[in-house]
Design a protein around this ligand. Structure first.
Ligand SMILES: N[C@@H](CCC(=O)N[C@@H](CS)C(=O)NCC(=O)O)C(=O)O
Length: 215
């Protein structure tokens, strides 16, 4: 099973899928997409007209899979590795999917609101929207601080899809809305994520690009 991953090493949702690919030890061909290059943009648009990455292509069948959570479910189904990214047990699977959605929607998206606003022309900025995004992150941190207490990984004892979602969301959120000492659970969880080899490798590969982060 050979995959091609259309991605960029700085892009947070691409980190989520890279972590899963490394956890699954899945062989893949990384295809870096420079969106400022018209030919590369067109190539991505032919696969996924929304022009968002990551996008995974299974070379044998030509199947195109978009949306990071769905890509990870697809990897878990087609290339099960040593980590069980989607727990088989129903209650654990629900908690995993819930936290995946929560990290994407309540932490990742408001973090991207902050970052995206910095990339807008000065007269098109949305300070009220950015303020709301910071309040949303604050409420999310509160909930996670309680929900993750006593757990090694987001959904329990094993590393899952929820941790793939958490790593980029929390890393970049911490850059724009820092975790304070009042958040010991989240702070030590983020440290464990950094020490996880799949995330450490993803993070190391992003190093040459991290100075472009506008957050
Ligand atoms: N819901 C999508 C979000 C993907 C997404 O927003 N990707 C960003 C990079 S982190 C992107 O492609 N940005 C390029 C753009 O919007 O022009 C997923 O989970 O894959």
């Amino acid at each position: 099973m050979t995959f091609t991953l259309y991605y960029h090493p700085l892009a947070s949702y691409c980190w989520k899928v890279l972590i899963a690919l490394y956890e699954a030890s899945a062989p893949f061909d990384p295809r870096l997409v420079d969106l400022s290059d018209a030919a590369q943009r067109d190539a991505l648009a032919r696969l996924w007209p929304l022009l968002k990455f990551p996008v995974l292509v299974e070379e044998a069948t030509g199947q195109v899979v978009a949306e990071s959570s769905i890509i990870i479910e697809y990897i878990a189904q087609t290339c099960p590795g040593p980590s069980q990214l989607l727990p088989a047990e129903p209650a654990a699977a629900l908690e995993t999917r819930f936290l995946d959605r929560f990290f994407d929607q309540q932490v990742h998206e408001p973090m991207q609101k902050h970052v995206g606003d910095k990339l807008r022309p000065a007269d098109k900025r949305d300070p009220f929207g950015v303020e709301q995004a910071h309040s949303q992150i604050e409420v999310a941190y509160d909930l996670l601080e309680r929900r993750l207490a006593g757990r090694t990984w987001a959904a329990g004892d094993t590393f899952t899809l929820a941790d793939c979602a958490a790593a980029p969301a929390l890393y970049y959120a911490n850059r724009v809305h820092p975790l304070t000492p009042a958040r010991p659970v989240l702070t030590s969880y983020l440290e464990r994520l950094h020490a996880r080899p799949s995330f450490a490798r993803t993070f190391a590969e992003a190093q040459p690009y991290l100075h472009f982060f506008p957050g």
